[in-house]
Design a protein around this ligand. Structure first.
Ligand SMILES: *Cc1c(COP(=O)(O)O)cnc(C)c1O
Length: 357
């Protein structure tokens, strides 16, 4: 069996230990004589696993008692709709720092007025705006942000706080570093970047927020349904939640989020170091103070060289370094499961490629 160095942006690399554990248990989940995908979601064996997933996530993130964690299908894009369906009464403010926040804002405009609290759009989303540029309008129901901008490679390193509810899409840096949950009223993450297979969103909701629901909605679109029914109003994506459970334990066994954060900083420094020492051969897309620890985005001198870079990288088993179709260039996604060894292999290749060209 051959495993490559996987820099895909999502779906993306998962920890090898977890993949093996899932493989080992696949035919017989927890001595049931059945696979996790064959047992009832109403069974004690399932419920125990889901409860343990919630408990382990709460432990990793030190989630306060007045928050619920629920699992929702439909991916990040469903949350672009749901957050506004539930909470956009008059106007929603958006910290517009990339393609995903822009999409969320567009989707939300179906339900009411949306506006930019701050934006880096005019500068090709190369930076994270500073607090002194924020404009919050009166009667703002909530402010929405994206902690890590997967496509442009920028990340919030200090979170802002407001006196209206703060929502955060953490899809692409969820569980990559400690986060102060109580700074937010609602956090969600599509798991396919850092935490599991595509198909489930982990949502962390402050209980108090549920009193601010602004319109009647079909049950499946109400966060309250997921909270009241402990994510099992209908059949939850059992395999995805099980996989998240394994990843959460893997993180816990490896020192938790602080240890992962330190590892991620070290890994990112290896790759950004090559960009910074390349005398302009590699040009980082993000401003230095806004750089993402998860997605390293860069350009080469020409489009031809970029295509050649991607092709030659693949010959070295370095997979997935092509940039997103919307901005081009190159991107190496170095999520939790990408090892320091993988980052070093990429860095060595980048140096060698520069020398040759
Ligand atoms: C990938 C991504 C999304 C989109 O998720 P889907 O599950 O494909 O809808 C949303 N937000 C961020 C930050 C992402 O990285």
């Amino acid at each position: 069996m051959k495993r490559v160095y996987n820099f895909n942006a999502g779906p993306s690399a998962m920890p090898l230990e977890v993949l093996k554990e899932v493989q080992d248990e696949f035919l017989d989940f927890n001595h049931t004589g059945m696979s996790i995908v064959e047992i009832s979601h109403r069974s004690a064996a399932y419920q125990e696993m889901q409860d343990d997933t919630v408990a382990t996530l709460k432990k990793l993130l030190t989630v306060p008692d007045d928050y619920h964690i629920v699992f929702i299908q439909g991916g990040g894009s469903m949350q672009f709709v749901m957050h506004a369906a539930n909470f956009l009464k008059k106007r929603g403010g958006y910290l517009n720092t990339g393609v995903w926040s822009n999409k969320a804002m567009e989707a939300a405009s179906f339900f009411g007025e949306t506006y930019e609290v701050a934006s880096s759009k005019a500068d090709h989303f190369t930076y994270i705006p500073k607090a002194d540029s924020f404009v919050v309008k009166p009667d703002t129901d909530y402010i929405y942000m994206t902690s890590n901008n997967t496509i442009h490679g920028t990340e919030w390193h200090d979170f802002p706080s407001f006196d209206v509810p703060l929502f955060c899409d953490m899809s692409s840096d969820f569980l990559s570093r400690p986060v102060d949950v109580k700074n937010f009223d609602f956090i969600y993450a599509g798991v396919q970047k850092n935490v599991g297979p595509a198909g489930v969103v982990v949502a962390i909701i402050k209980d108090d927020l549920l009193n601010k629901v602004c319109r009647d909605l079909p049950l499946m679109l109400q966060y309250k349904t997921y909270v009241d029914h402990d994510s099992t109003y209908n059949t939850p994506p059992v395999f995805n939640i099980y996989f998240v459970n394994k990843v959460a334990h893997w993180l816990d066994d490896h020192g938790g989020l602080q240890a992962m954060y330190e590892r991620n900083q070290k890994k990112a420094a290896i790759v950004y170091g090559v960009i910074d020492d390349s005398h302009g051969f590699y040009r980082g897309h993000a401003r230095q103070d806004s750089r993402s620890l998860m997605n390293v985005t860069f350009n080469l001198p020409t489009k031809e060289l970029e295509a050649q870079f991607v092709a030659e990288a693949a010959e070295h088993d370095l997979i997935g370094v092509k940039g997103h179709r919307s901005i081009g260039g190159c991107r190496a996604s170095i999520y939790n499961a990408v090892t320091e060894e993988g980052c070093q292999a990429l860095a060595d290749f980048m140096k060698q490629f520069q020398k040759k060209h």
